[in-house]
Design a protein. Structure first.
Length: 238
């Protein structure tokens, strides 16, 4: 019972695990012990244990605690969680909670996925550990996540508005005659490669979905946005 953390269901669940695994050849005691090391008994993947631990992992990552993050991820993987599920959650975290504060976060996660698929378990699990630690120690920003929600909301509310005519292609004479493409400013030909044109539909004010934070690489992105806004005002004489 001690090996079951006081859970009387341990032996039953381990027996169920062995039955469902359909191992093609008998295991010796050492092999059986290694297989059962993945303690599914204290982690029902379709019940609260699964959701509680993935929530704990996500919160620890967001809180920039690499030690706790690694612990909760270890709890999941040693209990038999599918490594690709963990990797999917890490990839999502990279975009939702880090974004452009560290653009390499997403790259690290996808590289970990490739490494795991190439190496398999247990060797490939070290790549998952590396991705987890990278995410936990990276600067955090949910600016991209917030921007997506706000942009999607706008799209649903204004989905019938046409783009301004000057940025529409005019493959036919009729389209040219009604103003498609008229007055389009090709940014590469403008000073500093920036025309400052208005790209919003007529009747819709410019929106401010993406608001970078003063952390990590987004500090540089914020400088770019501020520079472009200054140039935009100069072009428009504001």
């Amino acid at each position: 019972m001690a090996s079951a953390d006081g859970d009387g269901r341990f032996l039953l669940n381990q027996a169920e695990t062995l039955y469902n695994a359909k191992i093609p050849e008998p295991l010796d005691p050492a092999g059986l012990g290694a297989f059962l090391q993945r303690r599914v008994a204290v982690y029902d993947k379709d019940r609260d244990g699964h959701y509680n631990l993935i929530s704990a992992l996500h919160k620890a990552l967001r809180g920039s605690d690499p030690q706790a993050s690694l612990y909760y991820m270890a709890r999941m993987l040693t209990a038999g969680e599918e490594p690709l599920y963990v990797l999917r959650r890490l990839v999502r975290f990279a975009s939702e909670d880090i974004g452009l504060a560290d653009p390499q976060a997403l790259v690290q996660c996808l590289a970990a996925k490739d490494a795991y698929q190439f190496l398999g378990s247990p060797e490939g699990e070290l790549a998952i550990v590396q991705a987890c630690l990278y995410l936990a120690t990276a600067p955090k920003s949910n600016a991209a996540y917030v921007a997506q929600k706000e942009a999607w909301k706008s799209a649903r509310e204004t989905g019938s508005l046409a783009p301004p005519a000057h940025i529409l292609n005019a493959p036919t004479k009729l389209m040219k005659d009604i103003g498609y493409g008229a007055g389009y400013a090709y940014d590469h030909e403008a000073e500093d490669g920036f025309s400052g044109a208005d790209y919003w539909p007529e009747g819709m004010a410019a929106q401010d979905y993406y608001r970078p934070v003063e952390r990590g690489f987004e500090r540089e992105v914020l400088k770019r946005l501020e520079w472009w806004e200054k140039k935009r005002r100069e072009v428009r004489g504001e």
